[in-house]
Design a protein around this ligand. Structure first.
Ligand code: ADP
Length: 189
């Protein structure tokens, strides 16, 4: 109950910041591999409790570090992963990360209830949930995807979803990739 309440408070706080134009994006060196691994670790208990497989797929050319906002990348991943686990009863949830030229591509793929084209049109809007029974059945505020898509947009990226109702969904986040600028050893004091 404490976790659920904290989740709601954080959503409302972020949403208020977003409305006030105060949601800020930082740029710093990000340990991308840790962000991906930590997100999976944090979801493992919930996935196991539901009997779901949780996979992490890292493309060969994925760099371990980049310049971005590590906190926001984790927030995006946790939001999409927790939705994927929440809306999947059997099967698996996969987090796949790759780099395509100047773009970091993060895909969260599940074998859950899926999203109808009608739901697709509104789930990125604040307070919108797939259908009226969602809060009762799954909990949540309907703010997560609105906040996530705003963060992705502020980071210069985009978010899309492809889904087959009854079979599963794939949320794809594309973020501009900036390589880490390693300082030459001589300049480190
Ligand atoms: P919440 O999860 O609090 O309901 P979100 O904004 O995160 O709010 O999601 C909005 C709605 O989008 C959900 O209520 C659900 O109907 C739908 N949705 C999000 N992710 C998934 C998913 N992986 N599978 C099926 N439906 C989803």
């Amino acid at each position: 109950s404490g976790d659920a309440l904290l989740g709601i408070i954080n959503d409302v706080l972020d949403f208020s910041k977003m409305e006030a134009g105060m949601l800020k994006i930082e740029t710093a060196d990000v340990d991308l591999l840790s962000a991906l691994n930590d997100s999976i670790d944090l979801m493992q208990e919930r996935a196991t409790a539901k009997g779901l497989q949780l996979h992490l797929e890292l493309a060969d050319q994925l760099p371990a570090h980049c310049r971005s906002d590590g906190l926001r990348i984790r927030q995006i991943l946790l939001n999409l992963l927790s939705n994927a686990v929440k809306f999947t009863e059997t099967g698996s949830v996969t987090l796949a990360a790759a780099r395509e030229n100047d773009v970091l591509v993060l895909r969260i793929i599940d074998t859950g209830i899926g999203i109808t084209p009608e739901q697709h049109a509104k789930i990125f809007n604040p307070f919108e949930q797939g259908d009226n029974s969602t809060t009762r059945r799954f909990g949540g505020t309907g703010l997560g995807l609105a906040i996530t898509s705003r963060i992705v947009q502020l980071m210069g990226g985009r978010i899309d979803v492809e889904s087959t109702p009854g079979s599963g969904s794939c949320f794809e986040v594309r973020l501009p990739f900036q390589p880490t600028q390693w300082a030459p050893a001589a300049s480190v004091q």
